[in-house]
Design a protein around this ligand. Structure first.
Ligand SMILES: [Zn+2]
Length: 162
């Protein structure tokens, strides 16, 4: 028997003013996208912005439904839209932010497990890391260098092929 451990590493910035310009801009786009969220049930609005290698930025937000399980998360909405509008174009980074009426989100909101799996699908496909830029209402910003860094023991397409 042996034990394997995982080491998740990410950068922590004091606030958005400390970020490299490209990351700061993408985060701003995610905050804009937050305003398009349709979240009448949870009041938890998520905005995401995808930076593509061709220079385009594609935004997305969470879209809820009276049949709760068919709701889609903001970052999944954004990455699906990017892949549909610009198929085959490399995804460089995804900024994700959130806001809610019930409390101030003082720390970055990470993607849920389903979104990590979806984001990793694109990372695996392009064989290049996708950077994640995460912030709540304000304050600290986390930068994750690759989706795989926060999805240990992950499932990918290699299990499905011979
Ligand atoms: Zn999600």
């Amino acid at each position: 028997m042996k034990k394997i451990s995982f080491n998740a590493e990410y950068e922590v910035y004091e606030d958005e003013t400390q970020l490299p310009p490209a990351a700061k801009k993408l985060l701003q786009k995610a905050k804009e996208a937050c305003q398009t969220a349709y979240a009448p049930y949870s009041n938890f609005k998520v905005g995401a912005a995808v930076q593509l290698a061709n220079g385009e930025i594609v935004k997305g937000s969470n879209q809820e439904n009276a049949a709760f399980p068919v709701t889609i998360c903001g970052e999944r909405n954004a990455v699906f839209a990017a892949a549909a509008q610009y198929p085959g174009v490399q995804i460089e980074a995804v900024a994700i932010t959130a806001e809610t009426v019930s409390k101030e989100l003082k720390k970055p909101v990470p993607p849920c497990g389903s979104c990590r799996q979806v984001l990793f699908e694109y990372e695996f496909r392009q064989q290049q890391p996708i950077q994640l830029i995460l912030q709540g209402d304000a304050g600290e910003v986390y930068i994750v260098k690759a989706v795989k860094d926060i999805l240990p023991l992950l499932f990918d397409a290699s299990y499905l092929k011979k």
